[in-house]
Structure formats: structure tokens, C-alpha cells
Design a protein around this ligand. Structure first.
Ligand SMILES: Nc1nc2c(c(=O)[nH]1)N[C@H]1C(S)=C(S)[C@@H](COP(=O)(O)OP(=O)(O)OC[C@H]3O[C@@H](n4cnc5c(=O)[nH]c(N)nc54)[C@H](O)[C@@H]3O)O[C@H]1N2
Ligand SMILES: Nc1nc2c(c(=O)[nH]1)N[C@H]1C(S)=C(S)[C@@H](COP(=O)(O)OP(=O)(O)OC[C@H]3O[C@@H](n4cnc5c(=O)[nH]c(N)nc54)[C@H](O)[C@@H]3O)O[C@H]1N2
Ligand SMILES: [Mo]
Length: 753
């Protein structure tokens, strides 16, 4: 199966390159639809540039010498979505009960516009009513004081800045818990656990220059064109200088097939882009462990390994070799859905390459054996000594724009990852030492009634989680629900008792505090820290910044402590950066001075220096428990469901209904399925069907009203959109070590309606 493979002509497919005119048209359409002011284009020009604001979309690196417009279709959409003129005002809430709003689609809720006032839930009228900030802080503080801190959860979606995140995590610990799950718990927590265990660093080892020197990039389950389009620029340059690309993905995602650079007049005028993948292998979902085992088996058979590196730096290699050699080709082919010949071709390229980078995303992390899949990719790279040399490395592509950074500065349910002793000394308190709750545990706690309070720093938790229908009725039973947000979403509507909706500034807006306008900072996927300065007028004069909201709640909750100076810190965020530097001196040395360094400043990575901070002090080879990452096969008559994002959404934020890069338009309530499987399931194109969970645990999980769309997918697999398909993912179905939900491998049956 190679890059020239023909598409079934009757299945929808986007056959133009990623980028190009399609992406420009899409941005312009949003610019007009979202009723944007003229200054917005100026704001976009400053996006991702030193002195400007950092994009709120994905976490891809911001280069030191940016393009004229260093943003992509998605980044532009995210900014336009934030800077709309539409407003979600107290008047709007007076007109609609929450029961009524719960029937609205995700897109329509956010499309009402920016939240303008702090709002309190009034159970009597089932409406949000206008409140003041002092009232909100006092009431929330009183509820938290009355609650057992261990029953409260402080969730964070990955957008809030390093400054906000540091204060938020400090607040949780001063209050008395480590219940600090993050959107990362649904995303790359697999990475944080698996990379820490194998190479001793919880994040990727690559920096931008590595992409200028590698000979081969292997892509596993990362949809670059849709989800981190700015990454296509370094990929395209690498391809042009002869770097080879191999992609493993059940779906032929456009961005990894061909890319047209919107910044290149020649490509735009000729209509011809750059072919990206040399080899594109449509493996079965969860087939990555087997695919990599096949490549390794070839390498062993041909003696193509870096023995010197393995002897000097690695541990447990023999066990790994024994396991690989014991795997049969029949087993590898069945679990991966790929042929021995295809995998031999990749092994040949790998053996011939001096510098290899392994890139991955949710296709690896969101499986029952996701951690083992990541471990397998590490194994492969270690076999060739491809970690800790220029032009090599492992590159998890992170999601939210500061999700990696939030973990760096203390938002973590794992106390062992946080310098608690230093915090204890700096703020003169006794931090809680017990492990906090992950996302999965929080959802279970909400269902069981053991979680009483939920504070959400951004995000749309109730919509992003697995088994969301099971959890939905339970949210109304919380004693306290606090949502810090920019736009209305479903999580704000699932409330019962005391609930607050607190509107904040977006990153492109001016954040004025006592000492003047403030900058904030974030960490990108390649561990570089960037300052970000918003300049736009706020959407409403009632908005507060995220740091000010966190400080407001904390001050109303905690007893006075002369070392904890919320007002002093909020007056000048430089003081919060000083605290971050004091807490993490190795990584944030000279933080304030380096804030606006072009390209960001690098906080370093031990594994990149081949300093392995693992239990044995060496890089660990690991043996996976099985060849498939699925945990169990879907069973007779069932399919493996993969949940997908379109390029017209950012997680639960649905901008529109055009999945342009997959040639799918107009409807998100669809199920994609191969033609042979349509016959097997007895369904026809355009037919309305339901998907039903095939997990036998006594719980009914069902999504109705999906239209069948034939699509080029491997046998035994169907695909549907996230979050519409989330009720089908069982909560107990998650990566074993990290508890990241297995959103890419839920067993389902198809039922005709
Ligand atoms: N436009 C847009 N950009 C985004 C987001 C968004 O929603 N929209 N979300 C942001 C966030 S938070 C994140 S985490 C990232 C997510 O970005 P990605 O990591 O790219 O995540 P997904 O799009 O969920 O899935 C990635 C790919 O995995 C493939 N896949 C599914 N199962 C398997 C498997 O078993 N093996 C392999 N090899 N591949 C598989 C799918 O076909 C898909 O192409 O994107 C960020 N950027
Ligand atoms: N089935 C399935 N489920 C998944 C996934 C999947 O691939 N498949 N992916 C998972 C992944 S990778 C992730 S990261 C999670 C995402 O889960 P979350 O991060 O919780 O969800 P988002 O949709 O990103 O949150 C959107 C909301 O954030 C708020 N918001 C936007 N900008 C700001 C801001 O600047 N400040 C504040 N305070 N609020 C803001 C808005 O109100 C908006 O409605 O979903 C997970 N769920
Ligand atoms: Mo994510």
C-alpha cells in the first residue's frame, strides 16, 4: 500500500492538497460569518509572533523567524471565534431556561457569543441570573470552606497560561487536595506516564532544528493537517530536502498525503502541492504494537541495530529481543492488518536512515494499551539509537496550547511530580501528599456522589468525557459547580444546586492590572516557553482575567497567610513568574528576562542529553502484554469504533459542519464504514442506524440517528465524531497505567433503525 494507492471513487474524499486555497477560503468564510471588526485582521497578523499573542488553538512550536502570517486555518478560526461581536448576555439567559438550552447543539450554544457577566444559577427559575464578582467569590469561598477539600475537584482544560496554572495548583494544595486532573488526562497522560517510565522525561525530546536534519519521520495516529497544520511547514521542507515519511493511520488523512503551502505563490498558482508520505499504511485501530513488532523483527533478522548505543544506554534489551523473536508473522499481520512485505519496506527505510523521528498523537495514546504502544515506539527508536542525537527523537504532538505547560508548573494529580517540599517552604504550609483523582476517577466520583464540588478552569468536561450519558444526571447533584469560561457550553447547563458561570478574558484581549497591561506565557509541544500579550479591548467590561478569578476564589476560601499574597501577585504577573522561577529554578532561570525571546526559551529535556532519569538510570526497553492495543477484540459481529475530530472543530467547540479535508460536509451525525463491512453489517449508504456498545457490563450505551457513509477504512472498524459518539466509550475502558480513556477503540454493534 503506497502513496499512489487509488481511492475508491464512490467514497467521499478530499482530493486537493491540505492548506492551499481551501484553507484560505475557509478562514475568510469564518471571518465574515463571525462578524469581525477590522482590527481583528491586525490581531491575526501578530498571532504567534514575539510581542503578539500566542494562538489559543494547538500547541505546535512557534518558530524564531515566523512567516508573515504564522497562523493556520484553525488558529485563525480560534481567534475569530474568540473575537466575535456576538454576546451571551444576562438578557439571553433571562429568555432561556437551562432545560431548554440542553436541547441545543454544541455549535449553537457557543455561537451565542462571548459570556459578558458573572452569573449565578437560580434553581427556582432554572435560569442563570446576573451576579457581581464580590458576591460570586464570597459564595464560592463559603461553599468550599464548608466542604471536605478531598471531595472537591479543580479541573483544567489546557488553555490557561503558566501564571494562571501555577496559582490554580497552589490554591488546590493550600486548600488541601491534589485533585487536579487536566484535559491531559484524556489526551497525552499516556505520554507523561510511558515516556517518564522509559526515557525518564514525561515530554517529547525534539526541538524544531531536529526536523531540519532527520532522514525519516514515522507518523503514528497524528492528524497533522487537521490538528497541528503549522507543523506541515517543517514537514514540507524536510520532504523537499529528501527526508522520507511513513504514516500509520487507519484513515488516509489528507495532510499526510499532500500539502500546499498557502504562503507559497508558486504552489498556490500551480495548484500543485508537495506529496508527503512515501508509504502510507492503513493499519487496524490498535494495530501499532504489532506493526512496530514487525519492523523490529525485520531489524533483528537483518542485524540492523545500534549495539553500541543499546549496550551503553539501555536496560532490558534481551527481554525485548526474546519477545519480538517469539512473535509469529501470522500474529503480527492479524493484529496490525498490515502485510509482512509492507513492514519489511518500512524496516528497510529505517535501517537505511541515520536520523529518525517518531511522531505520534491520539491514535497511540487513546487505547487500553496506549502506554505500551508509546513504549513500543520508544523501543524502535532505541534500537537505532534515535533518541538524544540531533535530528532524532520522539515527538508527541500535544493538543491544547498550554496543556504541557500546565503540567510543568504543578497542575497534576500525581504529587510525586511536584516539588512539594519547596512549595511547603516557600508558602509555609503542609501540602497534601496523597494522590489526587484522574479524569476517569472524577467521573466515577461524580456518578457515585463522592465528588461534591467541581471547579473548571475552562473546558467542557461533561461533554469531553467517556460514558457521558451515564454521568449526565449526576452533575446536578453536586453541592458546587464553578465554571470559568469564555463561551457557553453543555457543561454549564448540567447544574442543580449552587452553580456559577464566571466569564474571563481571552488571550488576545488586553489584561490591565494595577501596574499596567500584563503578559502571560505558555509552553509549546517542543518545551519552549513563549510570552503572550493581548491588545484587543475586552468583550465586556465585566470580564476578569483568569489569574484574577483564581485569586479571587482563593482569597475568599483560604485563611490569611503572609506568604500568600494574591493581590500583590495579580497586580503584576511578573511576580508570579518569579514564583515559578523560584519553584523550578533549573527550567525557568531568568524567566522574566527571557519571556519574549524569539522562538521561545527552551526549558531543557534530560533524555535529549541522554541523561536517563528512570529507575535504572538507563533507557528502558519494555515488553507489551499483547500485540493489540485494544485490550480485547470487539467480538463476533462487532466493530472497533474510532472517534474523530474534524478540522472544523476544536474539541467540543464545533465551528461548523465542514470536514473539508475528509470530503465530508453538512452533518456530524454520521458513521463511517468500509464498503465490505457495510455488506457484512447489512446496512446501505444513507441509511439511519444506531451504534450500541458491545461491552457486556450490564450498561446500555447507544447513539441513535447516525447516517451511514461509506469510507475507505480497514476491515472491522467504524468511525464517528467526538463528542457526539462519546456515550459509546465505557468509562472503564482506558489505558491501564495512565487512565487515559480509550477513545480510539470502543467495541460497538450497528443496529438498523
Ligand atoms: N482542528 C483541530 N485541531 C486540534 C484539535 C481539534 O479538535 N481540532 N484538538 C487539539 C487537541 S486537544 C489534541 S489532543 C490534538 C489531537 O490531534 P491528534 O493527535 O491528531 O488526534 P485525533 O484527531 O483524535 O486522532 C489522530 C489520528 O489517529 C488516527 N487513529 C485512530 N486510531 C488509531 C490507531 O489505533 N493507530 C493509529 N496509528 N492511528 C489511529 C485517526 O485516524 C486520526 O487521524 O489536536 C489539537 N488540535
Ligand atoms: N471521544 C473522544 N473524546 C475525547 C477526545 C477524543 O479524541 N475522542 N479527545 C480528548 C482530548 S485530547 C481532550 S484535550 C479533551 C478536551 O476537553 P476540554 O479541554 O475540557 O474541552 P474543550 O472542548 O477544549 O473546551 C471548550 C470550552 O472551553 C472554554 N474556553 C475556551 N477558551 C477558553 C479560555 O481561554 N479560558 C477559559 N477559561 N475557557 C475557555 C469555552 O467555554 C469552550 O466551550 O477531550 C477529550 N475527549
Ligand atoms: Mo487533547
Amino acid at each position: 500500500m503506497t502513496g499512489e494507492r487509488e481511492q475508491d471513487p464512490t467514497t467521499p474524499f478530499y482530493d486537493a492538497p491540505t492548506g492551499g486555497w481551501g484553507s484560505l477560503k475557509s478562514v475568510l468564510r469564518h471571518a465574515t460569518q463571525d462578524r469581525i471588526r477590522l482590527g481583528t485582521l491586525e490581531t491575526l497578523r501578530r498571532q504567534n509572533k514575539p510581542g503578539g499573542h500566542m494562538c489559543t488553538s494547538c500547541a505546535w512550536a512557534k518558530p524564531p523567524s515566523p512567516h508573515l502570517a504564522e497562523f493556520c486555518e484553525n488558529g485563525a478560526k480560534a481567534t475569530l471565534w474568540d473575537l466575535t461581536r456576538d454576546r451571551c448576555t444576562p438578557d439571553f439567559f433571562a429568555r432561556h431556561t437551562l432545560a431548554e438550552l440542553r436541547d441545543w447543539p454544541d455549535h449553537d450554544l457557543e455561537a451565542v457569543g462571548r459570556l459578558t457577566h458573572p452569573m449565578r444559577y437560580d434553581a427556582g427559575s432554572d435560569r442563570y441570573v446576573e451576579a457581581t464578582w464580590p458576591e460570586a467569590f464570597a459564595a464560592i469561598g463559603a461553599s468550599l470552606k464548608a466542604m471536605d477539600p478531598k471531595k472537591a475537584v479543580f479541573y483544567a482544560s489546557g488553555r490557561a497560561s503558566l501564571e494562571t496554572s501555577y496559582l490554580y495548583a497552589l490554591f488546590a494544595r493550600l486548600y488541601g487536595h491534589n485533585n487536579l486532573p487536566d484535559s491531559s488526562n484524556m489526551c497525552h497522560e499516556t505520554t507523561s506516564v510511558a515516556l517518564k517510565r522509559t526515557i525518564g522525561a514525561p515530554v517529547g525530546t525534539c526541538v524544531l532544528e531536529d526536523f531540519e536534519h532527520c532522514d525519516l519521520m514515522l507518523f503514528f495516529g497524528q492528524n497533522t493537517g487537521s490538528n497541528s497544520p503549522r507543523f506541515l511547514h517543517p514537514i514540507q521542507q524536510a520532504v523537499k530536502r529528501g527526508c522520507r515519511i511513513v504514516t500509520f493511520n487507519p484513515i488516509r488523512e489528507r495532510g499526510l498525503v499532500e500539502f500546499m503551502n498557502p504562503q507559497s505563490p508558486t504552489e498556490m498558482l500551480s495548484g500543485r502541492g508537495t506529496p508527503i508520505s512515501d508509504i502510507y499504511l492503513q493499519l487496524r485501530p490498535g494495530g501499532d504494537i504489532a506493526a512496530i513488532a514487525g519492523i523490529c523483527k525485520h531489524l533483528f533478522d537483518h542485524g540492523a541495530l545500534d549495539r553500541d548505543f543499546i549496550d551503553r544506554h539501555c536496560h532490558d534489551f534481551d527481554a525485548f529481543e526474546t519477545w519480538v523473536r517469539a512473535q509469529s508473522w501470522a500474529g503480527i499481520e492479524a493484529a496490525s492488518g498490515l502485510s509482512q512485505g509492507d513492514l519489511a519496506e518500512v524496516a528497510g527505510l529505517f535501517a537505511a536512515s541515520k536520523r529518525v523521528i517518531g511522531v505520534y498523537g491520539m491514535g497511540l495514546t487513546q487505547h487500553v494499551h496506549g502506554g505500551d504502544s508509546v513504549g513500543m515506539l520508544v523501543n524502535l527508536l532505541l534500537m537505532g539509537g534515535h533518541i538524544g542525537r540531533p535530528g532524532t527523537g520522539i515527538c508527541p504532538v500535544r493538543g491544547h496550547s498550554n496543556v504541557q505547560g500546565q503540567r510543568t508548573v504543578g497542575i497534576s494529580e500525581k504529587p510525586e511530580l511536584v516539588p512539594l517540599d519547596r512549595l511547603a517552604q516557600m508558602f509555609d504550609f503542609d501540602p497534601p501528599r496523597d494522590t489526587g483523582m484522574t479524569t476517569v476517577e472524577v467521573v466515577q466520583g461524580v456518578i457515585d456522589g463522592t465528588v461534591k464540588g467541581f471547579v473548571s478552569l475552562g473546558g467542557n468536561f461533561a461533554r469531553a468525557i467517556p460514558d457521558l450519558d451515564r454521568a449526565e444526571p449526576a452533575w446536578a447533584r453536586l453541592d458546587l459547580n464553578v465554571q470559568i469560561a469564555t463561551k457557553l457550553n453543555r457543561s454549564h447547563l448540567l447544574v442543580g444546586g449552587s452553580a456559577w458561570l464566571l466569564p474571563c478574558l481571552v488571550r488576545a484581549e488586553r489584561d490591565q492590572q494595577k501596574t499596567g497591561p500584563q503578559a502571560v506565557s505558555m509552553e509549546d509541544s517542543l518545551s519552549h516557553i513563549h510570552g503572550s500579550m493581548g491588545r484587543r479591548s475586552p468583550a465586556s467590561r465585566h470580564l476578569l482575567s483568569e489569574p484574577a478569578i483564581v485569586a479571587g476564589i482563593a482569597k475568599a476560601t483560604l485563611p490569611p497567610n503572609p506568604r500568600v499574597r494574591w493581590d500583590h501577585w495579580i497586580a503584576d504577573y511578573g511576580r508570579i513568574r518569579d514564583l515559578i522561577e523560584e519553584t523550578y529554578p533549573d527550567q525557568f532561570d531568568g524567566f522574566n528576562e527571557r519571556l519574549f525571546k524569539a522562538g521561545g526559551f527552551y526549558r531543557g529535556n534530560s533524555a535529549r542529553r541522554r541523561d536517563w532519569k528512570t529507575e535504572t538510570g538507563r533507557a528502558e526497553f519494555t515488553v507489551p502484554p499483547s500485540l493489540s492495543a485494544l485490550g480485547s477484540e470487539p467480538g463476533e459481529g462487532a466493530f472497533t469504533l474510532v472517534t474523530l475530530r474534524s478540522n472544523d472543530q476544536f474539541n467540543t467547540t464545533v465551528y461548523g459542519y465542514r470536514d473539508r479535508l475528509r470530503g465530508l460536509e453538512g452533518d456530524r451525525m454520521i458513521v463511517l464504514i468500509g464498503r465490505a463491512d457495510m455488506a457484512r453489517a447489512g446496512v446501505a449508504e444513507g441509511q439511519r442506524v444506531s451504534l450500541v456498545s458491545a461491552v457486556e457490563d450490564g450498561i446500555t450505551r447507544r447513539v441513535e440517528g447516525l447516517t451511514v457513509v461509506p469510507y475507505d477504512l480497514p476491515a472491522g472498524c467504524v468511525a464517528a465524531y467526538y463528542p457526539e459518539a462519546n456515550p459509546l466509550v465505557p468509562l472503564a475502558h482506558h489505558d491501564i497505567a495512565s487512565k487515559t480513556p480509550a477513545y480510539k477503540g470502543a467495541p460497538v454493534r450497528i443496529e438498523a433503525q
